[in-house]
Design a binder for this molecule. Structure first.
Ligand code: ADP
Ligand code: MG
Length: 637
């Protein structure tokens, strides 16, 4: 069980969130320029000047576009998803070599010989994507399970292996590589000239930016954002985070492969050099310097590093009077400086300035139909049952044969001194952790070995004692994660904006739950800038967004003021009346005694009493435990 605070990635309260959802709250100031206008203007300008730019600028821009594609994948993988890869250059190589082989190898002629020559590069693209998909899926499924530094180390390992493989395979031309690639032909038009091919390169970059922007601004995007620091929470909301990680890894690899394909047909020959580990590290620099969590940061980083390298290669030998790879040294130092000064990269700096002049791009969502509702089990049916649940941490018995039943339409409280094992028990009955022995049944089903997302799917939802929110995202987005399983549009649909009706429904539901929990004024506030007590309420709203049948709340009233506690008690009372089964861990005895139907008392992992509030309050063992534990038991008496 990791108790890390995902909120520790806090943002200052004043810092606005770049999310589009902010726009919904800001009444559109008529006539203002939005970021979208700016992009369209930049594209128009580039298009208009493309024919007149000097050859050299076109070449540079082409390379920037190719690098930006790879960096975009890394922004998604590393910046957003939290997985570092040094090995992307190898995937660029797969894309490049696949098309080189398809277009020039005599062996390929046997396979693709029937195709007209103009279609060969497209066969090469398809081949490259298929191979990259397979390799990335395979590598991802073995390496992404590793945590900490092992993943980056593995990416170095396979980055090196693939590079040496390219150089050592005779049918790929060994170290000399393969020459004589044909130009791309689209609709009878040859893209042999870099100036023409550049249009395709930048069209692909813009398309990727659009699709990834859409992806991030969706149900799947919220799941992706939770991969970095919020996996336990996301799993509890029904997200298959392991699968999301692999998909993200494959996506980044495919973008790299497309870049490699374009590169191969720009250069018209390939050799292993551009796919070595150094370049892999450079790609990562681009993503990180540009702004690891921001899509446009990829373009900025690719542009900055390409231009800088260009300048340094000219300037340094003149300054130093001798040639040598000095640019690498200066480059490294500059990188250190930038990262030291701007840990989030340069894009957020630019964006902060731009925000003063621009109004946010307005979001348009269709009218929302309600989300599907779960049929709640009949009142007083047992919805959750723990049988002899025991949990050992080494020699420590945190839960000792705990038995407990939660029925639909009741509030059961679990109390006990600090360290009694309440949070541990919560993790056992929500699938976050497995009991050492004993059984957990949810909705009558045995849950042994099932992940927490299976618990979520059956209608269990929970809050965490140590809040697990995506601190930089808005309250709305955080709560919408709770509705993950009530919607189903996937990655492709999200990228293509086919998810808008469903997305509207999810956001409307999230908004409804936020208002119900009394946080209506904070819908668009970054979660981390709320008071801790309010963050707990956001956790409850997120749990409710899943429309649970069983609700587990770990110290929901901690940090709340008196009136807020009363509001919370009223809400829980309402939920009970609607038929939810609620289990709540709480230290505030007045709150518990007034609210709970039954109480179970835990001490040193063992149940020492259970019964109605009155029975428990009169129990001598309980009084002893509390006097020993220093908690105040007499408040409600
Ligand atoms: P409570 O929520 O009742 O305050 P916890 O369930 O957090 O208590 O902790 C119960 C006991 O189990 C404590 O002694 C705690 O130190 C221990 N414990 C909890 N989680 C772990 C863990 N992952 N590894 C080792 N010990 C743990
Ligand atoms: Mg606890």
């Amino acid at each position: 069980m990791s108790t890390s605070h995902t909120v520790s990635e806090t943002v200052p309260a004043a810092k606005k969130v770049e999310s589009a959802t902010v726009a919904a709250a800001v009444p559109a100031a008529r006539g203002g320029i939005t970021p979208r206008h700016l992009v369209l203007a930049a594209v128009a300008l580039l298009l208009a000047s493309w024919g007149f730019l000097p050859e050299f600028s076109v070449t540079l821009l082409n390379y920037i576009g190719l690098y930006a594609l790879v960096a975009l994948g890394l922004v998604m993988l590393t910046g957003v998803g939290g997985m570092t890869s040094f090995g992307q250059a190898a995937f660029v190589g797969l894309g490049a070599y696949a098309t080189a082989w398809a277009c020039t190898s005599p062996d390929a002629a046997a396979l693709f010989g029937a195709l007209p020559p103009a279609l060969l590069p497209w066969a090469g693209l398809a081949l490259g994507l298929v191979i990259t998909f397979a390799v990335a899926w395979f590598l991802g499924s073995i390496t992404l399970k590793l945590s900490g530094h092992y993943l980056p180390l593995c990416t170095i390992a396979w980055g090196l292996s693939l590079y040496f493989l390219f150089g050592n395979l005779e049918f790929l031309g060994g170290h000399t590589g393969m020459a004589g690639l044909p130009p791309l032909v689209v609709g009878g038009v040859s893209l042999a000239s870099p100036r023409v091919l550049g249009l395709l390169i930048w069209a692909v970059v813009l398309l990727a930016l659009w699709a990834l922007h859409n992806l991030l601004d969706s149900r799947e995007g919220r799941a992706i954002r939770s991969l970095k620091g919020g996996r336990v929470m996301a799993e509890s909301m029904g997200v298959d985070t392991g699968r999301q990680r692999i998909k993200l890894f494959v996506l980044a690899a495919l973008l790299a492969a497309v870049s490699g394909w374009l590169y191969a047909h720009l250069q018209r020959f390939v050799n292993p050099t551009p796919f070595n580990l150094n370049i892999g590290i450079e790609y990562l620099f681009m993503a990180v310097v540009g702004g690891a969590g921001h899509l446009w940061g990829a373009v900025l980083g690719a542009a900055l590093i390409t231009l800088l390298k260009e300048q340094l290669q000219d300037l340094l030998p003149r300054l130093l009077g001798s040639s040598g790879n000095f640019e690498v040294v200066v480059f490294g130092l500059l990188m250190l400086f930038v990262l030291q000064r701007f840990a989030d990269g340069l894009w957020p700096q630019l964006a902060a300035v731009a925000r003063r002049w621009l109004r946010p791009t307005p979001v348009k969502l269709p009218a929302a139909a309600p989300l599907p509702q779960r049929a709640l089990p009949p009142r007083s049916q047992v919805v959750l049952e723990a049988k002899d649940v025991t949990k050992r941490f080494g020699g420590l018995v945190a839960n000792n044969a705990v038995n407990l039943r939660v029925k639909a339409g009741e509030i059961l409280a679990l109390i006990g001194p600090n360290g009694a094992g309440k949070s541990t028990f919560f993790n056992m009955i929500s699938g976050v952790d497995d009991p050492s022995s004993g059984e957990v049944r949810l909705m009558g089903q045995a849950m042994a070995g099932k992940p927490s997302r299976a618990f979520a799917a059956l209608g269990l939802s929970r809050s965490f004692q140590h809040v697990r929110l995506l601190g930089q995202r808005t309250v709305l987005e955080n709560v919408a994660v709770g509705a993950h399983l009530r919607a189903q549009r996937g990655w492709i649909a999200s990228m293509l904006r086919l998810d808008r009706a469903e997305e509207a429904a999810v956001l409307a539901e999230a908004r409804r739950q936020i208002e119900r929990c009394g946080l209506g004024a904070h819908v668009d506030t970054p979660a981390a800038s709320l008071a801790l007590g309010q963050q707990r309420i956001v956790e409850i709203a997120r749990a409710l967004a899943s429309q649970p049948a069983v609700l587990l709340l770990d110290e929901p009233a901690a940090g709340l003021r008196h009136l807020e506690k009363q509001a919370l008690a009223k809400l829980l009372d309402q939920l009970r009346a609607e038929g939810l089964g609620i289990l709540v861990v709480e230290h505030d005895m007045e709150f518990v005694m007034n609210l709970a139907d039954r109480i179970t008392v835990l001490e040193f992992g063992t149940v020492i009493a259970e019964g109605t509030p009155a029975e428990v309050q009169g129990n001598q063992r309980v009084l002893d435990a509390y006097l020993g534990g220093g908690d105040d038991m007499g408040v409600a008496a």
